[in-house]
Design a protein around this ligand. Structure first.
Ligand code: HEM
Length: 473
């Protein structure tokens, strides 16, 4: 093994820091340059640590299939232990992880998905009610809170959403600030300390809610009630701390990614009016007089599905996925030393012309069943792959489809910041603010009069989220 060379190093590293400062400032151009200079397996020097970057479907396959074997996910995301718990999810032993994953997966399958359609629809109507007839809004500060409202409503119940929404969201923003992928976690960074304090508050709020639900179960059971009633396969009940962590995991893993993807999805459509017109034509065909979307309708809206996939390809919000080499091994003729960081980079993999012809062009039809350019396994990896593939992918796609379909059905939009860049830094890749759209209610559809049920405490919630993004950055 020692005979094999290390993956070639990208040029331009500085003494001591290597490529760390460039990575922290803007990692994507650095990874693109690495691929151009050195090919599909190359190294970056991130201060004292080597990071090996793997590009392309074959390397992605290796990365996902070796996770939890040669490649450790838990050491790829060390901040996770501080945000959650040392025995939680992929920090637990593998068998325990599978047990915990098995608790949440059924909530994102089959019949369960139908009940989210109403929540997603009602929350989008509530947003449209606040938007009114015309105006402008900034995408992330508006769609971010919408995604959070949907998550709180779907996972914690209508009651919680209206009573405690505002307080929960502001604490959740601080809690999310604990996601620090690069800097050492022992640094006394204010955002890390705020995250820990918020975590304690969230545990208290959610702990009280669970106790309340144990005393006084809701009928029919919603997501939280079902979780409380669930047993492990050997009959053991699930303890409160695990329930709290699962809820926080779903809200955390789902909200900032979805807010970014949905915003890019709208931007992409507005930049391509001919395709947008075809999305609207299909919508008119499926929904006729503008009735609310059902699950069956959502399945029939294919053109918006292809558009969201094309957005996943062009703007993957999780721009890099991380692991750590658990032992020394050889891959593609290179020596990968134990403890090296190992990355895959959807942003660069998704633009390989040999996989996706004309990769810089927006062409949603490439995902139509006749063409399906993502048929090669692990070519489209915006939601990961293998055993750790996104648990919420069906939920996210349903949510994005419903929100975008309703907004496009009811409004005409113009992009005021026509070509927004992604946020700088090693962060979830949203469009950078300001990224504003002008909107006007469409007059060519029957005006809908339906209102979502009014929520006690709605004002407090709207206040807590108005004009601000719910995600700490
Ligand atoms: C556009 C939206 C989303 C994107 C782009 C996204 C992306 C991802 C990616 C790339 C991973 C794999 C990470 C890795 O392998 O290192 C992942 C995992 C995960 N996601 Fe998502 N996600 C989204 C929405 C959601 C939603 C809505 C939920 C929950 C409601 C969710 C829950 C999870 C969970 C629990 C995992 C960990 C899976 C495991 O390790 O078992 N995600 N997501």
């Amino acid at each position: 093994m020692a005979d094999h060379p290390l993956p070639p190093m990208v040029s331009g590293g500085l003494p001591v820091f290597g490529h760390a400062l460039q990575f922290l400032r803007d990692p994507i151009p650095l990874i693109e340059r690495g691929y151009r200079e050195r090919g599909p397996v190359f190294s970056l020097q991130l201060a004292h640590r080597r990071a090996v970057v793997l590009i392309g479907p074959e390397n992605n396959r290796f990365f996902f299939s070796e996770t939890d074997k040669l490649l450790s996910i838990r050491e790829g995301y060390p901040f996770f232990i501080k945000m959650f718990h040392e025995r939680f999810y992929f920090f637990a032993e593998f068998e325990e992880y599978l047990e915990q994953r098995a608790i949440i997966m059924p909530r994102f399958q089959g019949q369960q998905m139908h009940q989210y359609v109403t929540t997603m629809t009602n929350e989008t109507f509530a947003l449209m009610e606040r938007l009114g007839e015309k105006g402008t809004f900034d995408l992330i500060p508006t769609l971010g809170p919408l995604v959070m409202h949907i998550a709180a409503h779907a996972f914690l119940g209508h009651d919680f959403r209206s009573r405690l929404g505002g307080q929960f969201f502001s604490d959740f923003r601080l809690f999310s600030g604990g996601m620090e992928p690069v800097l050492p976690l022992w640094l006394p960074l204010p955002k890390l300390m705020r995250s820990q304090k918020a975590k304690r508050k969230l545990h208290k709020i959610l702990g009280e809610l669970i106790q309340e639900r144990r005393r006084d179960p809701v009928d029919p059971p919603d997501f939280l009630q079902t979780l409380i009633a669930t047993r492990f396969s050997d009959g053991r009940p699930i303890d409160d701390v695990l329930i709290i962590n699962l809820i926080l995991l779903l809200a955390w893993a789902g909200h900032e990614t979805t807010a970014g993807h949905i915003s890019w999805g709208l931007i992409d459509l507005l930049q391509h009016p001919a395709y947008l017109a075809s999305v609207r034509d299909e919508q008119a065909e499926v929904l006729g007089d503008g009735r609310d979307l059902s699950m069956t309708d959502a399945r029939q809206l294919q053109r918006i599905d292809w558009a969201l996939k094309e957005t996943e390809r062009l703007h993957p919000v999780a721009f890099v996925l991380m692991r750590k080499a658990a032992e020394t091994f050889t891959w593609q003729g290179f020596h990968i030393p134990q403890d090296a960081m190992v990355f895959v980079a959807p942003t660069v993999s998704h633009r390989m012309p040999e996989v996706f012809p004309d990769p810089d062009q927006y062409r949603p039809e490439r995902f139509s069943p006749e063409r399906d350019e993502s048929r090669q396994p692990h070519s489209l990896i915006g939601f990961g792959g293998g055993v750790h593939r996104c648990a919420g992918v069906n939920f996210a796609y349903l949510e994005m489809k419903i929100v975008l379909s309703l907004l496009l059905q009811h409004y005409d939009f113009t992009l005021l910041d026509p070509d927004p860049p992604a946020v700088a830094g090693a962060k979830t890749k949203w469009p950078a603010s300001p990224c504003r759209v002008q909107y006007r209610r469409r007059t060519d559809l029957p005006k809908k009069t339906r209102r979502p049920p009014s929520h006690a405490g709605e004002e407090r919630l709207a206040e807590a989220s108005a004009g601000r993004c719910p995600v700490a950055h």
